[in-house]
Design a protein around this ligand. Sequence first.
Ligand SMILES: *Cc1c(COP(=O)(O)O)cnc(C)c1O
Length: 391
Amino acid sequence: MEQVPNPKGYFGQFGGKFVPETLVEPLRELEEAFLNYVPKADFQKELTQILTTYVGRPTPLTFAKRLTDHLDGAKIYLKREDLLHTGAHKINNAVGQILLAKKMGKKRIIAETGAGQHGVATATAAALMGLQCVVYMGRVDMERQALNVRRMRLLGADVVAVESGSKTLKDAINEAMRDWVTNVKTTFYLLGSALGPHPYPQMVRDFHKIIGEEAREQILEVENRLPDELVACVGGGSNAIGLFHAFLGDEKVAMTGVEAGGHGIKPGQHAARFSGGKLGILHGTYTYLLQNQDGQIENTHSISAGLDYPAIGPEHSYLESINRARYTYVVDEEAKLGFKLISALEGIIPALETAHAIAYVIKQAPKLSKDKILLVNLSGRGDKDLEGSLS
Ligand SMILES: *Cc1c(COP(=O)(O)O)cnc(C)c1O
């Protein structure tokens, strides 16, 4: 497969860098630093050191025996990103970008957060490196993820409530971008998914691609062959692209991204960009988004804050356009069933985001014969979701 993105940050026709003039120079500086520092041996050595001694890599690949028996179809393997420090894949990207911020001499880290997981990962990495940290979070998300707000504050971060728009993730990104424009000399914007203007989609992917690299080696070791299908939930798309990337050249490995169907595919009721979305620009990137006929961003709904975002990372739009990956959705009620089933059968309480991937597996595995292999990214653990309406 062709290497993407191209030097201008395009994945086919998707991606790019659609930003106000004030962000052109900061993004250029970031891109130059990313291309200069990250490939170097000393950077990779320091990153590996943190990933292995602090973050908890490599994560195991778990055969889900009881879930497999229960569904009576394909064998199901789980890539256990829930076992990482702070409880989700997001820490891979946070420590990678923090290390880059340090190399660039930045003293202040800003981030946006939806579910609070990226905020917690960023606050954790900032504490580890002794850097100042400010996290923007929609007021609605602060209420539904109160535990993560407490964690961030304990970790020394300043959590700023965002009161504009729908008071969720997209509004928090707007605020973070505003802060960056104002404080660009001292500040590093640590973006939390494979989204936004170039070089973020590429950089975030590269810090997460270790998920798929490990999983590929691990499945070859236990099964002596590659899986038939990869499955991951897709908010902005970072855990999914992290799993998919190492397998892109393996033509026989199918890839499925699972979006949030919310209450069903009606305007304002879901976050499934490939089912009802159209091409447009949001937060600096050209991709599929949920918008109304006037191009205004549609409200979104999902039971999981981490999937509740109107745009999808541009590389996913590209993979869909060339038929390399397939995207589907599950609704809130299906995700809740997935959440309960895997908890009871495997002793693993997943994040509600992850439960969307599990819900798809519950539908897909019985359709496949027993010699097929599904490999699912278990993107995070569910402790943060226990206070809602699940039990
Ligand atoms: C944030 C989050 C997601 C969604 O974000 P992606 O960038 O699409 O991976 C999925 N799972 C968990 C556990 C999360 O915290």
